[in-house]
Every structure is written in structure tokens, then in C-alpha cells.
Design a protein around this ligand. Structure first.
Ligand SMILES: *Cc1c(COP(=O)(O)O)cnc(C)c1O
Length: 392
């Protein structure tokens, strides 16, 4: 019966029944008008999720990582300079990908637990009078540390120095769970995936491309084929797809977007905030500490929590799974062994969150953590009870 338990990993997330059923469809011909009628309105509705009126939405059969690759190979050439800050495992992996593609990566090293360094970006851009930096790459929600960065602030820094670089944002673990404003923040490429806020199976990179980024595709020299924006644009303009589309995932995404828009994006964000806030109350009651260095950085989709000195977080997550059949996120990279993560995004409710808190408390108690059984659950209960939102 352990398959009945929710997962508390920050992706892939729990798939609600409605979306599992939505993906269980018979084959239709992707050259038929049925497919055209499925895809085109979906792409339009996805614009609402990204909060953009102008960007083009593209669905590539891939995990989110493919979206990173699409963003750089379609717009850049070997030797081009990009500016990136490293403050967690995901920003690190994007940097690694850029280096493997032969880009010159100007890296700003930051503490894990901090966010995008707006002031250091501003300085680097101001010093780049020749405009050698072609793109700024920012991870909105660093899933390894549970840190949300200020993308609006990054945009203001770019504007302040009148720098023409493009702004690419990884919003894989924030889109459809925390506020994301593609147009307002002047994002040129936004990258997400199907298995996090969208609550469906892994396999779609959901990418939004501004006109400016689109305009960069012709000069860009990096090798690309499968992820070529031009092929995708030409095919979808005619209601088609450049290769066989992952039909079941697209059906799932259709219903996912319906669910998000029916609940209302702002309501989705406040649900995530409340769930996260209750979890943060629990962490405080346990006397434990978040990796995120300050409250303005707190992520509403994932909390990374340091274990006390002398304990190993991998043992905790292993034990929670072995003893109680519940998965929590392990510490990644620099956080390995030092922190565990509670993923609380997607199809999540306060009641589910309470079950996760109760479980990890039992696991901590079993392993002799200096944590009082029930303390975190009570703190979260008090928060949920006294600050009640409306149910939907
Ligand atoms: C999950 C995630 C990705 C993408 O990972 P895939 O496994 O390729 O889907 C990228 N960035 C962030 C911040 C993520 O959380």
C-alpha cells in the first residue's frame, strides 16, 4: 500500500487522479485536425501560465534539462559569453552544460542558500561596456537549497546598465506554483517541465520564447537539430509537430492547465504559500534551520532543511522510506548528507503536508534527533487552523 502515500520530493510531483486519467487516451493521428485543435488552444492557454502575451510556447519531448539545451543552442554560438551565478545544484548543472557547449561562462560564485546576486550582476553588466555578455542565465527557484530569486530585480539591474543581453530563466520548479511574470520581468526564454507544477508525468520541456530570443536563432551557430526552435515554430504554425508528439503528455498538460486556470493562478500561489508557511512553522518548532539564508528567499515549493550536527540526512531519508514508505528529497551537491528536502509543490494540500510532517518527525525520533514528537505537526496545525484560506 505504500504507493498510496504521497511523495515529498520536489519533482516528479504527485499526479492527481484526474490527470492520470487525462493521460490515458487512445491514439489520434497527429496530422489530423483533432491534434491541431488540441495543441493550438493549449499553447495559447500556456501563455497565461507564463504571464505573457507575446512569447511563443514550445513543447519539446524532453525533461527540463532539454529546455536548457534548447535555450542556449538556439540563440548562442561557441565562444559567446554568458553570465551565470552558481548557488545550487541546478544553477551548477546549467553552467556545466554551457561549458560543454563551448560557451565562455562568467561565473559568480555564491554561497549555497543565497539567491541570484542582483548587485553583482549589475556590477558585471556595468563593467561589460563592449557588451560581450550575450545572455544572463538565472535559476528562479533553486531546488537544491529551496531558494527563490528576485527575477524582477535582475531585470531592473539589466535595465539600469542598458545592457542588451538576453535573460534566460529556469522556472522548472516555480512555474505554476509560485508567481512568475515573463513579460513584466522581460524574460527572453523561460524553461519549465511537465513533472513539477504541472503535476503530470515527466517528458515535456515547456519553453516560452520571446521575440528577441527568436530573433537570435538565425545568427546562432551552436549545433542543434531536435530542439531547433525554427522547426518547432514552422510545424506548430501549421497545427502540426516536427516529429511524433508525446500525445498522452499533451492531453495531460491540457487538463493540467485547465485545473490551474480553474483554481486561479493567484489562488494556486497562495495555496503553495500557505502550505510552505505551515512547513516553515514546523521546522522552527523542531529547532532546525532552512538552507535559505533569509525569509525573502524562502521557496514556496521546496524546503531544504539542515539536520543537526552529527546526523546524516541521507540516513533520515532512507529511514523514512524504509520504515514508513514515504519519499523526501535528499541533499544535493554541497548539501549532500547535511540537509534533506521537503517538496511541497503541485498537487499538494495542507492535509497532505501534515502527513509528511508527521512522517518525518517519526523518522527523526527513531534516529534519536533532538526533536519532540508532534512539535512540528502542532505548529503547522496551529498555522493552518488559525490562518484558514478558503478551500477549493
Ligand atoms: C527539476 C529541475 C530541472 C530539470 O530537471 P529534469 O530532471 O531535466 O526535468 C531544472 N531546474 C530545476 C530548478 C529543477 O528543479
Amino acid at each position: 500500500m505504500r504507493a498510496q502515500n504521497p511523495v515529498f520530493i520536489p519533482g516528479p510531483t504527485n499526479i492527481p487522479d484526474r490527470l492520470r486519467h487525462a493521460m490515458n487516451v487512445a491514439t489520434i493521428d497527429h496530422r489530423s485536425t483533432d491534434f491541431k485543435n488540441l495543441l493550438q488552444p493549449l499553447l495559447m492557454d500556456l501563455q497565461k501560465v507564463f504571464k505573457t502575451d507575446h512569447a511563443e510556447i514550445m513543447l519539446f519531448p524532453s525533461s527540463g534539462t532539454g529546455g536548457w539545451e534548447a535555450s542556449i543552442t538556439n540563440t548562442l554560438s561557441a565562444g559567446d559569453k554568458v553570465l551565470v551565478a552558481r548557488y545550487g545544484m541546478f544553477s551548477h548543472r546549467w553552467i556545466d552544460m554551457c561549458q560543454r557547449h563551448g560557451l565562455e561562462v562568467q561565473i559568480i560564485e555564491c554561497d549555497w542558500g543565497s539567491g541570484a546576486p542582483v548587485e553583482k550582476f549589475a556590477e558585471a553588466l556595468a563593467n561589460d561596456s563592449e557588451h560581450e555578455i550575450k545572455a544572463l542565465l538565472v535559476t528562479h527557484n533553486e531546488t537544491a537549497t529551496g531558494v527563490r530569486s528576485d527575477i524582477g530585480g535582475v531585470r531592473r539591474a539589466m535595465n539600469a546598465s542598458n545592457h542588451p543581453a538576453m535573460l534566460f530563466v529556469d522556472c522548472v520548479s516555480s512555474l505554476a506554483s509560485m508567481d512568475f511574470r515573463m513579460d513584466e520581468w522581460g524574460v527572453d526564454i523561460a524553461i519549465s517541465g511537465s513533472q513539477k507544477g504541472f503535476m503530470i508525468a515527466t517528458g515535456l520541456a515547456v519553453v516560452a520564447v520571446s521575440e528577441k530570443a527568436s530573433g537570435a536563432t538565425e545568427q546562432a551557430q551552436l549545433a542543434r537539430c531536435f530542439f531547433d526552435f525554427r522547426d518547432m515554430r514552422n510545424a506548430t504554425a501549421n497545427g502540426g509537430y516536427p516529429y511524433t508528439p508525446p500525445l498522452q503528455l499533451i492531453h495531460g498538460l491540457r487538463v493540467s492547465v485547465d485545473m490551474l486556470l480553474d483554481e486561479g493562478l493567484e489562488q494556486v500561489f497562495s495555496r503553495h504559500f500557505r502550505i510552505a508557511q505551515g512547513i516553515r512553522c514546523a521546522i522552527e518548532a523542531w529547532g532546525l534551520r532552512l538552507c535559505a539564508q533569509s525569509s525573502d528567499l524562502y521557496s514556496d515549493t521546496v524546503s531544504a532543511i539542515y539536520v543537526p550536527d552529527g546526523f546524516n540526512s541521507d540516513q533520515l531519508t532512507d529511514h523514512a522510506y524504509d520504515a514508513y514508505g514515504v519519499s523526501f528529497g535528499v541533499g544535493l551537491g554541497e548539501m549532500s548528507g547535511k540537509a534533506f528536502r521537503i517538496g511541497h509543490l503541485g498537487a499538494m494540500t495542507e492535509v497532505m503536508a501534515l502527513s509528511g510532517l508527521a512522517t518525518i518527525e517519526m523518522a527523526m525520533k527513531d534516529l534519536d534527533y533532538p526533536v519532540q514528537l508532534g512539535s512540528g505537526v502542532v505548529a503547522a496545525q496551529e498555522y493552518y487552523r488559525t490562518s484558514r484560506g478558503h478551500l477549493s
